[in-house]
Design a binder for this molecule. Structure first.
Ligand code: 13P
Length: 285
């Protein structure tokens, strides 16, 4: 008998529009390899929530290229009978060319991050990506201001987005979702963050497009919840998955120094990945 598999690969638009309408959130979980993709798909499918698989340029290169990512995700969806909506999203695309390569390979969504440039240059590059992406029904996210990073364990280099610039940027570019710098940083950090909830609320009310929070790791549930209540519709999580997976694998290796089967070693972090996903999803249930 022929097995009919409907692959629910979608762009980000429907799920994020729905999230904006319901003051809810969709998570982007970043993938690194076959196992991570599998664990994320399995858990989200079990919890019956749509998922955006974030793939950085570095992770794409690590996995072998844009085509590998698309074939891998499609094959897992088919073989594991995943029936939730899934988007394959380029995370922090650094140029028009890398966004084009992702779209040509079958990514359903891209983020163009030209936030290091002056506003008008950011607009010019982002507009080009939007024009190309929309021909192929791919959605586009873009950043304005600068989401910070970590230096010596503490957050640094944050440049908060400006409300008027955000309004101008969205109108001038035609993007589908906006990632404004709101005070979060990428990675695991120590110390306090100053999230600008007022800015989130104002942007959520003033703009039609969904809002994205980068740097969703190491934030308390209360902070995530408040951000969602203020109008964040997509939260990106990468480092929490990595850190918890790493902790579990280190423990496994310490307790099982003679086990060298890579399937056992890598999979010893599976439950940790499941747990991070479940705890994030539980915030909105
Ligand atoms: P974290 O590494 O802080 O989870 O941030 C992920 C992210 O924003 C990817 O774009």
């Amino acid at each position: 008998m022929i097995k009919l598999v409907i692959i629910m690969l979608v762009n980000n638009n429907e799920m994020l529009k729905e999230a904006k309408k319901n003051k809810s959130v969709v998570y982007q979980f970043n993938i690194n390899n076959l196992e991570w993709t599998r664990f994320i798909l399995e858990k989200c499918n079990e919890l019956k929530v749509p998922v955006i698989l974030g793939v950085s340029e570095g992770a794409t290169k690590y996995m072998g290229g844009y085509n590998v990512v698309v074939y891998l995700v499609r094959a897992l969806i088919s073989d594991l009978n995943i029936d939730i909506p899934v988007s394959i999203h380029l995370d922090h695309g650094s140029s028009f060319e890398s966004c084009k390569k992702a779209i040509d390979a079958g990514f359903t969504s891209v983020m163009i991050d030209a936030s290091k440039y002056e506003l008008e240059e950011n607009i010019r590059i982002t507009k080009d990506v939007v024009a190309y992406a929309h021909r192929f029904n791919a959605s586009v996210e873009a950043e304005i201001g600068h989401v910070g990073g970590i230096e010596d364990g503490v957050s640094s280099n944050i440049l908060l987005a400006d409300y008027d610039e955000c309004v101008h940027f969205v109108k001038a570019t035609g993007i589908d979702s906006l990632a404004p710098a709101i005070g979060t940083v990428h990675g695991i950090y120590k110390g306090e963050l100053n999230i600008d909830y007022e800015l989130i609320s104002k942007l959520s009310k003033g703009l039609d497009v969904p809002l994205v929070m980068h740097g969703g790791s190491s934030l308390d549930d209360a902070i995530l919840l408040k951000s969602i209540e203020c109008g964040i519709n997509k939260i990106n999580v990468n480092s929490d998955l990595q850190a918890e997976w790493h902790k579990a694998v280190c423990k496994f290796i310490e307790e099982n120094p003679n086990v060298y089967d890579p399937r056992k070693v890598i999979s010893s972090g599976k439950q940790a990945i499941y747990d991070v996903i479940e705890s994030k999803i539980n915030i909105i249930k």
